[in-house]
Structures are given as structure tokens and as C-alpha cells.
Design a protein around this ligand. Structure first.
Ligand code: FES
Length: 161
């Protein structure tokens, strides 16, 4: 058997890349670019997809001039604090009908969504709200109270002023 020598190729005319090698290199390049763009995408994702909400527990100081029966609504909070002769208490302003935030009105609260009215102690005066506004936990001592909007307490629970 005679072996014929291949003619020598010049550097200007390199041997063509076999199809199998070309497809192998192309698949490696595709996998590398997919990995690259996936990494770039993951690096751009560290921001949380949801916004953090403020804690339901917060400190508050009542104004010295706050009169009995007048609500004090801390900015950005959905509770109303009251001071009377027996102490300090907080009532949630979340309507028990569908969850709108009630506004303080003369001698109580009024819901802007469907017109429910509540007395100053949170009891329902006019529907459609099915239940009284919740009382929430107040702790701390005179001048520096801690309100926990997430903790419901029985109506009438007060902390000494
Ligand atoms: S949400 Fe308040 S009355 Fe409907």
C-alpha cells in the first residue's frame, strides 16, 4: 500500500476547519455567552422585588397639649392615640369593612370608602362596618409610649399616662 503525501499547505491557505470541530466550537461559544449573560442578569437582581414596610411597632410622644377625647395621629401611621383621665390608649384606623383608613371626625371616625361611622371608642355607629375598630397595644410610660399596631388588645385597655 502506498501512502501519498498530502501537499504541504502554506500559512496563507490553512487547512479548513472540519464541520464537527466548527460545531463543537460554536456550541462552546454559545454556552459561554449564555453563562456570561446569565451572570450579568444575576448581578443586576440583588434589589428586593418587594418594598420593605415599616415596623408595626413604633415610639411616640404625645403633645402635652393633647386634650381628652382628641385623637393624635402619628404621621404615616394608621392608629389614633387618645389620652383621658384613665390613661393612654390607641385605636386602629383600619376600617373593619374592607380595610380603608378611617379619618377622624367629630366625636369619632368616618370611613371615606363606604361611609361607616365609628364612635370615639371605636364602636360602630353606622354600617356597613361589621365590627368596632380594634384597640392596639400601647406600652411605655408617660411621655414615651410604644405602640404595636400588630397586637390587638381588648377594648378599654389603657396604659397610665
Ligand atoms: S371600607 Fe370602610 S366602610 Fe367600607
Amino acid at each position: 500500500m502506498t501512502v501519498t503525501a498530502r501537499p504541504a499547505r502554506s500559512r496563507l491557505d490553512p487547512e479548513p476547519l472540519p464541520r464537527r470541530d466548527f460545531l463543537g466550537l460554536a456550541s462552546i461559544a454559545a454556552a459561554a455567552s449564555a453563562l456570561f449573560f446569565a451572570t450579568i442578569g444575576m448581578l443586576r437582581l440583588p434589589k428586593a422585588a418587594v418594598l420593605s414596610s415599616p415596623s408595626k411597632k413604633f415610639r411616640v410622644s404625645l403633645p402635652d397639649t393633647l386634650a381628652a377625647g382628641v385623637p393624635y395621629i402619628p404621621p404615616g401611621r394608621s392608629v389614633a392615640l387618645f389620652r383621658d383621665a384613665d390613661g393612654v390608649f390607641a385605636i386602629s384606623r383600619v376600617c373593619t369593612h374592607l380595610g380603608c383608613i378611617v379619618n377622624s371626625a367629630a366625636n369619632g371616625f368616618e370611613c371615606p370608602c363606604h361611609g361607616s361611622r365609628f364612635a370615639g371608642d371605636g364602636s360602630v355607629q353606622k354600617g356597613p362596618a361589621p365590627r368596632a375598630l380594634s384597640w392596639v397595644k400601647v406600652g411605655g410610660s408617660a411621655g414615651d409610649y410604644v405602640v404595636d399596631e400588630g397586637q390587638i388588645v381588648p377594648a378599654g385597655t389603657k396604659v397610665k399616662a
